[in-house]
Design a protein around this ligand. Sequence first.
Ligand code: FDA
Length: 304
Amino acid sequence: MELVFKNFFLFLSKNKVLNKSAKRWGLKFGASQVVAGETIESAIAKVKQLNAKGLVCTVDHLGEFVFNREEAIEATEYCIKTLDAIYSASVNCNLSLKMTQLGLDIDEQLCLENMKRILDTAKKYNNFVRIDIEDYAHCQVTLDLFKKLNEEYKGHVGTAVQGYLYRANDDIENLNGVNLRLVKGAYKEAAEVAYQDKQEVDKNYVKIIKQHLLNGSYTAIASHDHDIINEIKRFCKENNISNNQFEFQMLYGFRTELQEQIAKEGYNMRIYVPYGNDWYGYFMRRLAERPQNVAFALRGFFSK
Ligand code: FDA
């Protein structure tokens, strides 16, 4: 049943008509509980509240799978404005983005130029930009562009690796020394490229986290899975890995008590704060992750 749910919401997440309509609906179906508003001002207000609780943030101006140049340039401007707003508000926050939002499917060169404009701004403010990893079809090209950017903007740019992909272990070795966010993976991928069984995904996920930590590289462990979080805390203690070499990350609106508890224990805890009107794909992937999230969305639907 869980798999049927998952596939249904992942299928919906790619529906372009619903995605377009959702931009006009405003935040619906409980999305406002996991998306920090439609404007940068609302996102910054949420970041301030989180910072006050000892949580650092990464803000994402939602958007993906952009197919014309104007939209890609508009998305780039939004990323720059977001970095400006973070700087002006003096909040402890960096930026996350998706390359398909910046024109990756239109023209790689356009995407690279857009990324450079964003990274010039991040460098000016001594801030950092995390490139999310999307579906498998975009994985290699994203890493290729990341490597080019990392030569010029080292320390200001990082990316992510998905534990469900068979290639993850090789990617970790190839990206030794890079500040990486490690995730289980949120897209529907074929058995040719990705583990399908949850236990196998979890096992490989823990393996790549330990691999990257032991390589001495900065590691962002992005998961709501308390068992895995506890295992990594133990592993770091046993191997004398300093708290400065890693951080935990969770999504805005999920497991808020656990987020605060981890920060109180003295770990770096970063919250991924999405905002904007292009919330549909992001929200559908969250519904696909856990059937309980559907109940959460329905509650939001009936209470609005
Ligand atoms: P998972 O869904 O596997 O759940 C494991 C267990 O944790 C559950 O059985 C339950 O016990 C507990 N649990 C989980 N959520 C809970 C909740 N809300 N309440 C109570 N218990 C809960 N993906 C991607 O492909 N590319 C990317 O760039 C990113 N980026 C990213 C950033 C950040 C900050 C996060 C947190 C996640 C991503 N992801 C991502 C998504 C990621 O790949 C993955 O799909 C989700 O994090 C879900 O996997 P988890 O490890 O969180 O728990």
